[in-house]
Design a protein around this ligand. Structure first.
Ligand SMILES: Cc1ncc(C[n+]2csc(CCOP(=O)(O)OP(=O)(O)O)c2C)c(N)n1
Ligand SMILES: [Mg+2]
Length: 280
């Protein structure tokens, strides 16, 4: 288990990860920086807050905890966190989306050790997480499975089959985190398919549910601690976030607060990196 960083160190690590997200997507000239930035605080806490046990030198250790990024298009946050954790180098992730690079536009478990599931086709990650959680129970392993979904992604029917199945099996070794950033691909989530009381809906499927500000590191850490302590149910964390968090003033100048699937131009990236350096 890597050493757990304290709150201030976690905030600083999240900032480093945000810089890598901006850099690798701008270098690629494509990708999903805003979807990655909303999720950064949760992913940082998982990898560096003492929640996940993993060893980059033994990515297939049967006892490792699993993280599945169901909203696979946000893989720049996963690659950046894994580079910081030592799975591969920062130079590696700068090959994002280049022809032949294993740092593909969506995570590919066949090409990168440490990636638990090939995702990108939205709706599947929670079901895959259930498979890992059930396997852990059968194998008498104590590992924990974390799955991150997008809020737009919860419009996929398979997500709700998975919520139902996880409750049926009382999977206390499974935690789902919904990155509720209020947008999906084509607009505001509430306009495309309004899930309304998402936390209430998940709770009605028999889950333990917490709602937090997912861009506040203290709230994220506290929620993950509480999730670990729940012994008879799966836990969901509805993390209210902002798409592009960390560089919002820069996105505001573009008039597009969703900024879905667009890299920053070199000029905007410089502004974003300068802003992130101030916050560090
Ligand atoms: C099954 C499927 N349908 C459509 C898409 C295209 N798509 C890519 S990202 C996206 C929006 C996802 O929104 P959300 O889950 O809220 O993630 P965010 O980018 O806001 O974090 C869509 C519809 C896809 N990847 N998979
Ligand atoms: Mg969203």
């Amino acid at each position: 288990m890597p050493k757990a960083l304290n709150l201030e160190e976690l905030k600083s690590k999240a900032n480093d990860i945000r810089k890598l997200i901006v850099r690798c997507t701008t270098a690629a000239g494509s990708g999903h920086p805003s979807s990655s930035l909303s999720a950064t605080d949760v992913v940082t806490a998982l990898y560096f807050g003492g929640f996940m046990k993993y060893n980059p030198q033994q990515p297939r250790d049967p006892d490792r905890d699993r993280f599945i990024l169901s909203k696979g298009h946000a893989c720049p946050v996963l690659y950046s966190a894994m580079a910081e954790a030592g799975y591969f180098s920062v130079d590696d992730i700068m090959t994002l989306r280049k022809l032949g690079s294993p740092w593909e536009g969506h995570p590919n478990m066949r090409r990168l050790p440490g990636i638990e599931a090939s995702t990108g086709s939205l709706g599947q990650g929670l079901s895959i997480g259930i498979g890992h959680a059930l396997a852990g129970r059968l194998d008498k392993k104590s590992y924990h499975v974390y799955v991150m979904l997008g809020d737009g992604e919860t419009g996929e029917g398979q997500v709700w089959e998975a919520f139902a199945a996880a409750e049926k099996y009382r999977l206390n070794n499974l935690t789902a985190i919904v990155d509720r950033n209020g947008y999906q691909q084509t607009g505001a989530t509430k306009d495309v398919l309004d899930m309304g009381d998402l936390a209430g809906k998940i709770a009605s499927f028999g889950w333990n549910v917490q709602t937090i500000n997912g861009n506040k590191m203290d709230e994220v850490v506290h929620a993950l601690e509480k999730a670990r302590a729940v012994k008879d149910q799966p836990t969901a964390i509805v993390a209210n976030t902002k798409k592009g968090f960390g560089i919002l003033p820069v996105l505001e100048t573009t008039g597009d607060l969703n900024y879905h699937g667009k890299p920053l131009s070199k000029e905007l990236a410089e502004k974003a990196l300068a802003l992130l350096s101030q916050t560090n």
